[in-house]
Write a protein that binds this ligand. Sequence first.
Ligand SMILES: Cc1cc2nc3c(=O)[nH]c(=O)nc-3n(C[C@H](O)[C@H](O)[C@H](O)COP(=O)(O)OP(=O)(O)OC[C@H]3O[C@@H](n4cnc5c(N)ncnc54)[C@H](O)[C@@H]3O)c2cc1C
Length: 412
Amino acid sequence: MKIIIAGGGIGGLVTALRLHQAGFEVKVFESVEEVKPLGVGINILPHAVRVLTNIGLLPKVSAIAVETKELIYANRFGQFFWSEPRGKFAGYRWPQFSIHRGKFQVMLWEETLKTIGAENLKTNCHLHSFEEKGDKITATFINKETGQIVAEEEGDILIGADGINSVLRQKLYPNEGGVVFSGNILYRGTAKIKPYQTGSSMAMIGSNKQKMVIYPIGEPDADGNQVINWVANVREPEGAKITVRDWNRKVEKGLLLELYKDWKFDWIDVPEMIEKTDGGIFEFPMSDRNPLDKWSFSRVTLIGDAAHPMYPIGSNGASQAILDADALALALLAEKDVIQALVHYDQERVPATAKVVLQNRQKGPDFIMDLMEERFPDGFSEDEIPHEELAQIMNQYKQVAGFDIQSLNAKT
Ligand SMILES: Cc1cc2nc3c(=O)[nH]c(=O)nc-3n(C[C@H](O)[C@H](O)[C@H](O)COP(=O)(O)OP(=O)(O)OC[C@H]3O[C@@H](n4cnc5c(N)ncnc54)[C@H](O)[C@@H]3O)c2cc1C
């Protein structure tokens, strides 16, 4: 069976590797001319690391990632109110990784190239359209710049792994319209500064009014400095209408330095971190799309951001794409009838990811930040922290996103 994948992002490449491992022939078509290490940090949760481990990628991933030890939450005065161990430190059989998105994609690209060969991994091929005839499907790819047809490929299945602005999704749902903007703008960057807390702690500071997420994505250098990824989350003025989600738009530091000028704590100096940011600050209007009832139409289906773009809250964007890849391979292995296998894939992944999209709209685990801000706007004393209530919220998110420790550790 031959499977055509449109999109060579994290989702498309892991799908290619997982399907190849399952014994299927795969061919990937990526829109850009050259895959460059774009983006900043992302997290990969234990449920997704399990899939990467089973494909044999664990050594390669851990070589370019930081193993996350703990997740900590603090209010806008830098006071901690929640901490929990993560990954193996929490007893999972698999680690949690903080990693540079672009480095991860490039590593996956090189692995895919080695595994399926250059003839099956094409750049400069932007999915344009598809046609199903009998039991075959033909996908047509164009050069995005010139609009010229550059490839026509026949296969048994076509997978849209073409991200938030998926062409395939648009063909399947022509009336869907643009992305849904959350009203929040994310600003992202990386800075080399001295390690804070354990040296591999993911920290969430503030509330949804104004938030800062930080985590290291590199080990300390000879001077003891470490690359820290940061994401500032700021409310957009009322009425802002942003419909394009572009990951690569750069902005100046000024606005952020002003907004975060008072966030100097004894464990991290946020203005200093913003000041030391190099490589640019990227703006990203936090957006998603409404969950769909169905991704699979006969021999065509979707995965990753094409299927379920979600707010990057709770570290699930890339992780859920990796889980899709595994579920798709298992569905195709279990059911010979391709169309029926895709129905089974839908039955497993459509409702599971819809829950995460919707939960992230309710702020996901970061709901506890607003709870603390509302109850203690001027700070709190140790004995006021509602530990049990916070624990309930955190545990519920793990169940929704499929990484509660008992069910995950029971898997191989
Ligand atoms: C440039 C970039 C930077 C990002 N930076 C961050 C970040 O800093 N933090 C974060 O949390 N998430 C980031 N993301 C999103 C994150 O990578 C995804 O949420 C997650 O990894 C799921 O990946 P995906 O493969 O489904 O989608 P994506 O990562 O969006 O990958 C989609 C791929 O498909 C290609 N493509 C698009 N249209 C077509 C087409 N018609 N035909 C063929 N190929 C096509 C794209 O070039 C891309 O390589 C970024 C995504 C991109 C594309």
